[in-house]
Design a protein around this ligand. Structure first.
Ligand SMILES: Nc1ncnc2c1ncn2[C@@H]1O[C@H](COP(=O)(O)OP(=O)(O)OP(=O)(O)O)[C@@H](O)[C@H]1O
Length: 693
């Protein structure tokens, strides 16, 4: 196949575009795109920096007018787009190149200069990863026999927001070029396709799978080796103004040569000096989420990633995550207990909305150094620095790496030094998904045993939650406009709506087509779920009373957002209330319409911080949606206690992969019900997936 878009259009003098796009044929008859972002001044870069100008046709043309006055020409080595480009021409070019119209019309800049790869060029093998927004498959490139990872991204191709959100990941990946960052090798789609697969180099392991494995313990030199590579990756992102916003062990991939690569830029965003737009605080997986986000900050910066790096650091050293909250409130409480209550000045200078509300009443000393007592001082110091509650004390990725200039941070300059990646052991393939499957198999086995012992099998019960996270599209647009980026991986309702159609036309025919399943289940969530053996609380009248709290069954003194098993609908476990009031210094006024005054007070008091967060999230960047899962078996986590059971860790990891829900406002019932339905589908899909494997 030849070059499909190597063509000059019209001259700039006439205000029309000049577009040169080079596409090289590959051995398999497909086409490889050429990276425009290689050039620092490439067109893609400028688009990103200056506001993602082609978000839609209207905005595009507005910006074109602007750029005619003061715009400068930007050239890349591979193609040139002069401002004044006609979107219609670009769209036509891109469609000719094989991109689907829904993509070019919503996010053409994401694929400038690229030509889609063809599905037939790859042979899809097994599923190797299941994320919130994607499924990842191992595949073989037919022409070369090389292994690759194909990430099938979920989005709604009828919703421009959703497409742009997906496209943001592509754009950000194309800006990055570093040996410790997963490189996007191409995108598989076709003109008639409604799906997208991102093609990456295949990586045998992820740090979550490795560190949770009982037979692997990293020594200090190995931990340093991983940390060094991770910090180099983070430094590269931060120097380009990119915040990853989802650093966690399962997003850190490692190959058999010991090379670590940071992956999953699905929640990443770009900070520019011009852009001080409010950001969503609903990013970063709960166990890795920094306190400022838990307190609802909307003006954070790259230091959020350093907190997550600190969490990964401790996970490598301890072999398990050390901050395992099940809800946002519990997570924050664990942080304060581990790191100590912030000093008064912190609260004074922090500008968290309603910051006082999060002030712990108890003055925690913190026991982080105590927990790190077996490590060298340089290690403990670096951990302490990353896990500073005050983001300004976390330093930077560069400062951590250049530790010789900071006497306290000699981590990389004290023995044992980081080992060479090539000397790391060759582990058998280990992934987060393997750990989950191991765990599921064990659970099945245990269930079998229970039945053998004469105890009747309980019907599996999904304690269904309303997902009251409110998603504001207008907010996402705000960020879009000011940031030049795309927001959107947000509205689960929208995403699910479109996914059905996208999957049903999947060119690769995955063995597990969850979406077609979902599309068959659009009616009456209660009836459907009941017939499938799921018990779901869905009565709208009960939503505001119970909503956010039904998911985490209250068994733990620390767990604030839990319901007692006796009162799924409205009652808070009194132990939980104690925690909330003690920790957050909350007033106990009696408002609302609950019949039992004590219950009402408990409910109101404990949910206020959450409601605040909800309101906030409505005004800021579109939030990503977190789903609750089957929490009926939630096991209390003893703070700083014994987590020796990796199996339990994996269970917990699965449970809190998504953050706990917030309370809803009654007027959002429609939305809640829709989300509720989505959750049921998700649960059904998940259980089928494990049954069929
Ligand atoms: N290049 C790759 N090679 C091998 N495995 C991969 C690769 N990329 C991703 N995976 C596996 O797939 C999993 C999910 O991928 P990814 O994190 O990109 O998806 P996601 O939907 O954004 O996930 P999450 O909800 O966890 O953020 C990873 O944890 C990893 O185990």
């Amino acid at each position: 196949m030849g070059c499909v878009c190597s063509k000059k259009l019209e001259s700039v003098a006439s205000g029309s575009p000049v577009l040169e796009c080079i596409a090289a044929p590959d051995n398999a008859g497909g086409l490889h795109y050429v990276y425009p972002s290689k050039s620092p001044s490439g067109a893609l870069d400028s688009d990103l920096k200056e506001g993602g100008r082609s978000e839609d046709r209207h905005k595009g043309s507005r910006d074109l007018r602007k750029s005619k006055k003061g715009g400068s020409l930007r050239k890349s080595s591979t193609f040139t787009i002069k401002l004044g480009v006609s979107h219609r021409h670009v769209d036509a070019e891109q469609i000719a190149a094989g991109w689907p119209a829904w993509l070019t019309s919503a996010a053409s800049e994401a694929v400038y200069g690229m030509v889609p790869l063809r599905a037939e060029s790859f042979e899809k093998l097994d599923k190797i990863g299941q994320g919130t927004y994607s499924s990842v498959f191992r595949a073989r490139e037919v022409a070369t026999g090389r292994m690759v990872a194909l990430k099938k991204v979920r989005f709604d191709n009828f919703q421009p927001e959703s497409i742009r959100f997906m496209a943001r990941e592509i754009m950000i990946l194309r800006r990055l070029d570093h040996p410790n960052i997963m490189k996007l090798e191409g995108v598989i789609t076709s003109r008639l396709s409604s799906t997208i697969y991102l093609v990456f180099e295949y990586m045998e392991h992820d740090l979550s799978g490795l560190s949770s494995s009982t037979d692997i313990r990293f020594n200090e030199a190995q931990v340093k080796c991983y940390m060094k590579q991770l910090l180099l990756a983070v430094e590269h992102c931060h120097l380009r103004g990119i915040m990853h916003r989802d650093i966690k062990a399962s997003n850190i991939l490692v190959n058999n040569d010991g090379v670590l690569k940071l992956g999953d830029f699905g929640l990443a965003n770009i900070l520019t000096s011009k852009n001080r737009q409010k950001l969503t605080s609903r990013v970063v997986t709960l166990w890795y989420r920094p306190p400022e986000l838990l307190m609802g900050s909307t003006s954070y910066n790259v230091s959020v990633d350093l907190w997550s790096v600190g969490c990964v650091f401790t996970e490598l050293l301890f072999g398990k995550p050390i901050l395992k909250g099940r809800t946002e409130v519990e997570q924050l409480h664990k942080i304060f207990k581990l790191c100590g209550s912030p000093p008064e000045e912190f609260w004074k200078k922090s500008k968290f909305p309603q910051g006082d509300m999060f002030k712990p009443q108890n003055n925690y000393e913190g026991y982080l150094l105590e927990r790190c007592k077996d490590f060298p001082t340089s290690t403990a110091n670096l951990i302490q620095s990353f896990l500073s509650i005050d983001p300004y004390n976390r330093g930077t990725a560069s400062s951590a790496l250049m530790s010789e200039f900071r006497p306290l941070h000699l981590y990389f300059h004290t023995q044992p030094f980081a080992c060479d990646p090539s000397t790391l052991p060759k582990y058998p393939p280990k992934k987060e998904i393997d750990a989950k499957q191991r765990d599921e198999a064990r659970r099945k086995k245990n269930r079998g045993r229970t039945r053998e012992s004469g105890i009747p099998k309980k019907p599996r019960r999904i304690r269904q939650t309303f997902e009251p996270y409110s998603v504001s599209n207008s907010a996402s647009k705000e960020e879009l406009q000011d940031n030049g980026n795309f927001a959107g991986r947000n509205n689960s309702t929208q995403m699910y709506k479109g996914r059905g159609s996208s999957m049903s036309r999947d060119p690769m025919k995955p063995s597990f087509d969850s979406i077609s399943e979902m599309s068959q289940q659009t009616s009456s969530s209660q009836a459907t779920s009941a017939s499938r053996g799921y018990s779901v609380v869905t009565a709208p009248g009960q939503v505001s009373a119970s909503s956010g709290f039904a998911w985490a069954k209250g068994q733990n003194d620390d767990a604030v957002t839990t319901l007692s098993s006796r009162s799924q609908v409205s009652g808070m476990d009194s132990s939980n209330l104690g925690f909330v009031t003690e920790t957050f210094n909350l007033p106990k006024d009696d408002r609302g319409t609950r019949s039992n005054p004590k219950e009402k007070e408990m409910y109101e008091t404990s949910t206020r911080p959450m409601q605040m967060q909800l309101k906030q999230s409505e005004k800021t960047e579109t939030s990503n949606v977190y789903y609750s899962q089957d929490h009926s078996t939630a096991t209390p986590d003893k703070e700083g206690g014994d987590h020796s059971n990796n199996n339990q860790d994996n269970k917990d990891r699965e449970k809190v992969k998504h953050s706990g829900p917030l309370l809803s406002e009654t007027q959002k019932i429609e939305e809640l019900l829709q989300r509720n339905e989505n959750n049921i589908r998700r649960a059904v899909r998940r259980s089928r997936f494990y049954r069929e494997r």
